[in-house]
Write a protein that binds this ligand. Structure first.
Ligand code: BES
Ligand code: ZN
Ligand code: ZN
Length: 468
């Protein structure tokens, strides 16, 4: 917990952009300007200068921040002060009065995100950490904490290694979230997936000692109002992706504990939606499976059935994400959703296209894609649309089944994966698909290396604007 709401002597933090420093110092006593000049503080981003009072205690802290530019999401208020939650000395702080209310909230969220550590498996996990605390307005704490908790949930789930985050543990996380928000929980496990008609999820997960699951959370902001629009979130929950019989080389398998990142994202988003009580009905569907190898593993060349009764020729067992997702998307359409959004660590091709730090966004509605992208403005996140280019659909033609799970050509792999999913979504239901990395390859302000929520702020912002 990085926040407090009461403090009698918290220290003000004064954000300063490099070129504001001179003017700021002109208005200060000589004592202060001399001190700052002698400590060679230049107000560069992440630099800080402790200003003492007459008795040698900290009077305030000057904090270097980047100049805000719309073209640079890293300069957004959420990240611009986030490094100070770990770099400042232990103590109690607050943002000085000049900072606007919205910026304070954003910066406070970033403050919490910057303090994140994944140390659950470290010996000293239970030793209390001495960290700087930020004083926030009591009436803003719940909102700030909801964002921090949503990110923390995503990061913790992704960082947790596969031996501790199999479908059964994923299910426990959903149960806890459901309990926290008085939502309904249900699931279909193992061979019941066959009788309940989720054959593709079963095929991907059946080789594992940890049976696959279709996990469902349902919530409504007003249980008596059946007219509320239904939003369905669908998450890829592949707890570990070995590639299956089309085994991944070690280098590519190394990080595949993160392949349930899509599931983690939709749970983080669900937490925000329920915490903010958005006026809607929510359904979260998680297709959880361990893409493992055993004598019963599904094989290249197999033809499997799907919930939609389209047969799929398995060209590659490593294109498993779209298989588990297609059954969940079919279910999402059966329940007449107004809007479906899925998150998935679906393709390496999306990473080649836009790199690891930008989610690729697909939609069957140009308006929806545009509006979600617009909603990312000033959130500190970037996401970018790629075309759902129907002309490439021929790449998924199979000589022996209704569709194949992967194109032989290999070009535009993120697009053909999205086109595969699109086959399982009703044309008249708005649908967006985010192909995410779910992982920071490097540490940036507020975003330590490791599991990460990506596109969450943009999508939540969109939902907040749409459902008012
Ligand atoms: N989980 C991977 C995709 C992935 C890999 C995402 C690395 C992020 C980083 C997915 O299941 C996969 O293996 N996709 C294959 C599909 C191919 C066989 C058509 C890929 O992208 O290489
Ligand atoms: Zn795979
Ligand atoms: Zn995968």
């Amino acid at each position: 917990m990085s926040f407090i709401t009461e403090s009698s002597n918290s220290i003000p933090l004064v954000p300063l952009v490099k070129n504001e420093l001179e003017d700021y110092l002109k208005e200060q006593q000589n004592f202060v300007s001399n001190w700052v000049n002698q400590s060679s503080f230049k107000a560069l981003p992440n630099e800080f200068c402790l200003i003492p009072n007459q008795s040698g205690q900290i009077d305030r802290v000057l904090c270097g921040v980047p100049l805000f530019s719309e073209n640079n999401p890293d300069s957004a208020p959420i990240w611009s002060m986030s490094s100070f939650s770990t770099s400042l000395p232990e103590g109690e702080y607050h943002f000085e009065a000049n900072v606007s209310e919205n910026e304070k909230i954003q910066a406070a969220i970033g403050w919490g995100l910057g303090a994140y550590r994944f140390d659950f498996f470290k010996k000293d996990f239970l030793v209390p950490k001495k960290i700087p605390l930020l004083k926030v307005e009591a009436n803003q704490l719940a909102q700030i904490q909801a964002f921090v908790d949503a990110f923390t949930l995503v990061r913790d789930m992704v960082n947790t290694p596969a031996n501790h985050m199999m479908p059964e543990e994923l299910s426990e996380v959903v149960q806890e979230l459901a309990q926290q928000h008085q939502a309904q929980f249900s699931e279909v496990i193992g061979d019941d997936l066959l009788t309940e008609n989720f054959p593709a999820i079963h095929a991907v997960g059946r080789a594992s000692e940890h049976p696959p699951r279709l996990i469902k959370l349902e919530w409504s902001s007003d249980a008596d109002n059946t007219e509320l629009p239904l939003l369905t979130l669908v998450g890829k929950g592949v707890c570990f992706d070995t590639g299956g019989l089309d085994l991944k080389p070690s280098k590519f398998m190394r990080n595949m504990k993160k392949d349930m990142g899509g599931a983690a994202h939709v749970l983080g988003l669900a937490h925000l939606i329920m915490s903010f009580d958005l006026p809607l009905r929510l359904q979260v569907l998680i297709a959880a499976a361990d893409n493992a190898i055993s004598g019963d593993a599904f094989r290249p060349g197999d033809i499997i059935d799907t919930r939609a009764h389209k047969t799929v020729e398995i060209d590659n067992t490593d294109a498993e994400g779209r298989l588990v997702l297609c059954d969940a998307l079919t279910l999402a359409c059966e329940s007449s959703s107004s809007l479906i959004i899925d998150f998935a660590t679906l393709t390496g091709a999306a990473r080649v296209a836009v790199g690891t730090e930008i989610p690729a966004l697909f939609s069957n509605s140009l308006t929806l894609a545009r509006d979600i992208q617009l909603a990312s403005d000033n959130t500190g996140e970037t996401l970018w649309p790629l075309p759902l280019h129907h002309a490439y659909r021929y790449q998924l033609d199979s000589p022996v089944a209704d569709i194949t799970n992967c194109s032989a050509e290999g070009y535009g792999g993120a697009i053909t994966a999205a086109l595969y999913l699109n086959e399982f979504v009703d044309e008249d239901i708005e649908w967006a698909h985010l192909d995410v990395m779910a992982w920071n390859n490097r540490t940036r302000d507020g975003r330590p290396k490791g599991g990460e929520a990506m596109g969450l702020l943009a999508v939540f912002n969109y939902l907040q604007q749409r459902f008012v």
